[in-house]
Design a binder for this molecule. Sequence first.
Ligand SMILES: Nc1ncnc2c1ncn2[C@@H]1O[C@H](COP(=O)(O)OP(=O)(O)OP(=O)(O)O)[C@@H](O)[C@H]1O
Length: 612
Amino acid sequence: MIEFLLPERLRAKGGLVDAAVGGSLARGFSDARKLLKVSALLSAPIGLLALLPSVFTLEVYDRVIYRHGMSTLIALLAGVAVAVAIEWMLRRGRSRRLREAGASIDWSLQGALLERMLNQPLRALEERTAAAWMALFRDASAVRVLLTGVIVQSVFDLPVALFALVIIGIVALPVLPVVLLALLVFSVMAWWLADEVKSGKVLELQRARNLDMLTAEVCRARESVKSLAQQTAVIKQWRDNYESWLAESYTKSGEIEESRELSHSMLIITSVAITAFGALAVVNQWMTIGGLIAANMLALKAISPISNLAGAWRQLAHSIEAANRLRGVFEAEVEPGRGELEVPRPNGRVVLDRVTFRFSPELDPIINEVSLSLEPRQFYAIVGRNGAGKSTLLKLLSGLYRPEQGRLLLGDYDLQQFSREETASWIGTLSQNVYFLDGSIADQLRRVAPDATDDQIVRACQLAGAHAFIAKLPRGYNTQLREGGRALSAGERRKIALAQVLLRNPVVLVLDEPTNDLDHESELQLIAALKSIARIRTVLVVTHSARMVANADAALSVIGDGTVLKISTEEALATYFSNVANAAARNTPPAAPVTGAAPVTVTLPTGGARAA
Ligand SMILES: Nc1ncnc2c1ncn2[C@@H]1O[C@H](COP(=O)(O)OP(=O)(O)OP(=O)(O)O)[C@@H](O)[C@H]1O
């Protein structure tokens, strides 16, 4: 079983990130392995010492009681006291090492899982729900429990069973066959109960996982549930899931209780059988009465590791399942790590060379053999109907999605060779969904550009239109954001996110519907800022805003059948914005290029205003 958990099995091939993840995993597991070895070694003397009370009983009956050996009793008591003290110390040492091994496995596995998860391509991240990703972290705990919990301790105690049998053979040979028979029955019973390990799945735990995931979803969607008054449907769905889990759990608990009761009865039967056979043997003087009592105690020691293992099958099956799921994540492909050489900063030309992309093999391509060349110092609007594929195209252009076929070039470089950090430092992406990790506004900005000066941060916020509202907050840049920034308005969140993008001073700016949630004045300011940035950078904006399109240099029309056309902004306006066309038909001027907005001087935050 431990074979599943070796770091070599959890490590995927090649790449710097792999080496880093594999390295920390291997270190954590190798530390744990050393500690487990010491614990296993300590288990031998602990097991031997644990048998002493039986030997003590034997000696008390056979020597002290029958021969009135008071000095023997004192010597035995002294010996037992020393043995108990030593055993206590050894047990403490073993528990400490098992605890440390658990901590080492937890630390390395959870850390490596997080690293591995965040280094997977965005598509792989999207394929599991957030709740499913969280469940994987609980899987890491299940692996730790397997390696340091009751199962390992029972395995460590198996040699004790052997020692106990040897002593029974010496002091109570006639009852040995009874004990061996009992061991056989317990082993068969343990195997019979191991159906979950044999089938490789624990239905109850699967249902518990589903219930956990649904609960997490409900907590996340609480606002939508409330605003759409979906409580009744949600509560029903949750109760159905709960009942499905409860039914399985109830049945399983029943089976476990039955097996526990059966074990209990079997132990009594074993003890009665040993006593009965032993009595006959004592009467026939084949063994002593002390041997009989000791044999009863030793039989319990021999049987308990097997019966403990039988009770731990469910945990074992769960841990094996968890390890397999984790192995799937560790074997999945990750994005390349940072290159060995720092290459010159690319210019802002973006080339799509016969690029095809689809979400899964059975679906039609969203982008089909598209070739495009987007030039630096240009402002492109990307337009198209809902669901046409604009955001998908943008994710391809920003390196978040990788083409199934074809190449994506930034300047002279094929984008596939770069790490996410390198790509993000050149292509700044503002996605449709803005989410902030817990921390102050300043923390959010520093997280993306740790070396930025205060002045650069403030300038990026000014450029993004965020500084004015941040300045008015009672705690300004120290305002704490929680749960993605719920305390801010959607427009405010978008402005801070734009400031994060600008702080990285990218050569290409890729923005997905940046004017969503912005008021009229903010939209005008943003358009003016983007126009200024486009004098030195490449700017690509997915938009439904006629005003934004009117101010772009060119438009890309995403048709929705896999093709993308490069068209003029006039065509884009005429085709996609019926309000503009209608306005034109009514002889009213279409949305004019921004002239009234306050002029914005663009000095990019890091490195100043550089030509692309
Ligand atoms: N993760 C995904 N898995 C499968 N299909 C997806 C996924 N994301 C998007 N799609 C599908 O791809 C198509 C294009 O989606 P995309 O988000 O690119 O559209 P869009 O043009 O940006 O739309 P909108 O204007 O509404 O934002 C849609 O039909 C959508 O259902």
